[in-house]
Design a protein around this ligand. Structure first.
Ligand SMILES: Nc1nc2c(ncn2[C@@H]2O[C@H](COP(=O)(O)OP(=O)(O)OP(=O)(O)O)[C@@H](O)[C@H]2O)c(=O)[nH]1
Ligand SMILES: [Mg+2]
Length: 339
């Protein structure tokens, strides 16, 4: 799991050093960090990888200051921490959000509720289940023609905008959570801190190495909540559960069902699973026998019961299966008797 954070000389490296203990060069001039520095946070029995990235500048989405490479790293992360300077202007937040949006990142948004399917024939079928105020049928046709799409099915399930429709047609947008972290609150007045803390998806911190740090525990708790990680502990048959090393799942990365859990352990495990026993908040009684589609919750304990391996011969009348072929046609014919 990883988080990434962005702009210049706002204390990203200092924050990485304080949270992970990994040294990352920190200095008062801009562009101190020129590459990606990883660190590990141990939190709630889970390892969270935090990446300290070089700052990005206006025009990064077009490649300025190797911005494209930096944003590509942010694109692959589970959560973006956009570290901002509390003492600088509010405009930075908008500029950086715009830069990220320009390369297809959508921060704190969910995918638009538009069903879109390209077809080979039949023209364009336009349907809606909600009243549309931003877009109408004609405009939708025009946009699709711009993309040279002449056969498709479009169904609007919400009052979406033109941008939403374009996002769905493009199909390569990444919807990612972002926390705006305002650092250096030790140098601004209490009223400004109060204002910043009330902004949506924001958190105020101070990570001055010389003076004391403020609110870092809240930051960790917030990161944990935003990532929505599900820790599942394994329990070998007839033994106590292993509470030291959980399997970490999340809805954004592959899902949280028993099937995802088995795949996470090993791909070949799935075909051997008979059922699983689950203890924890997702179970109605302890233990609950569950199938592969059961959705696990945080801190569940799971014991996998495997199918019995086919015994090679069996014993007497308790023999469960024979060595005879399943189909008559598969029988090996005996050689004819010699005369
Ligand atoms: N007053 C104050 N200064 C801070 C705080 N956090 C970091 N600093 C200072 O801000 C300066 C920049 O810190 P860095 O950690 O190098 O910032 P950065 O965001 O990694 O910068 P680049 O790598 O250049 O993009 C350093 O001199 C830090 O001591 C804070 O909470 N309060
Ligand atoms: Mg740095």
């Amino acid at each position: 799991m990883c988080c990434a954070y962005l702009p210049c000389s706002v204390g990203k490296s200092t924050l990485l050093t304080m949270l992970t203990g990994t040294h990352s060069e920190a200095a008062s001039y801009e562009f101190t960090t020129l590459t990606c520095i990883p660190g590990i946070i141990h939190y709630n029995d889970t390892k969270i990888q935090l990446l300290d990235l070089p700052g990005i500048i206006e025009g990064a989405s077009e490649g300025k200051g190797r911005g494209r490479q930096v944003i590509a790293v942010a694109k692959s992360s589970d959560l973006v921490l956009m570290v901002l300077d509390a003492s600088k202007s509010e405009g930075h937040r908008q500029i950086l959000t715009r830069e990220l949006e320009a390369v297809g990142l959508r921060l704190n948004k969910r995918p638009p509720q538009i069903y879109f399917k390209r077809k080979k024939t039949g023209g364009i079928s336009f349907n809606t289940t909600a009243p549309l105020t931003h877009i109408d049928e004609k405009l939708c046709y025009q946009i699709l023609h711009e993309y040279k799409i002449h056969n498709a099915e479009v169904l609007f399930r919400e009052d979406a905008t033109v941008d939403d429709l374009i996002d769905v047609i493009e199909g390569n947008r990444k919807y990612i959570k972002c926390v705006y972290v305002y650092n250096k609150i030790d140098v601004v007045g209490i009223d400004d801190v109060d204002n910043l803390a009330r902004q949506p998806n924001s958190l105020v911190i101070s990570c001055n190495l010389k003076a004391c740090s403020l609110n870092l525990d809240r930051l960790l708790a917030r990161m944990w909540d935003e990532m929505g990680l599900v820790r599942v502990y394994t329990k070998p048959q007839g033994q106590q559960p292993d509470f030291t090393d959980p399997v970490v799942l999340s809805t954004d990365r592959g899902g949280c069902t028993v099937e995802d859990f088995c795949n996470h352990i090993h791909r070949s495990l799935l075909k051997d699973v008979k059922y699983v026993l689950v203890w924890g908040t997702s179970a109605r009684h302890y233990p609950q026998h569950c199938g592969l589609s059961h959705v696990l919750q945080d801190e569940d304990v799971v014991q996998i019961v495997k199918k019995k391996e086919k015994e090679e011969g069996g014993r007497g009348r308790f023999k469960s299966h024979t060595n005879a072929p399943d189909r008559i046609s598969d029988r090996v014919k005996k050689a004819p008797l010699k005369q």
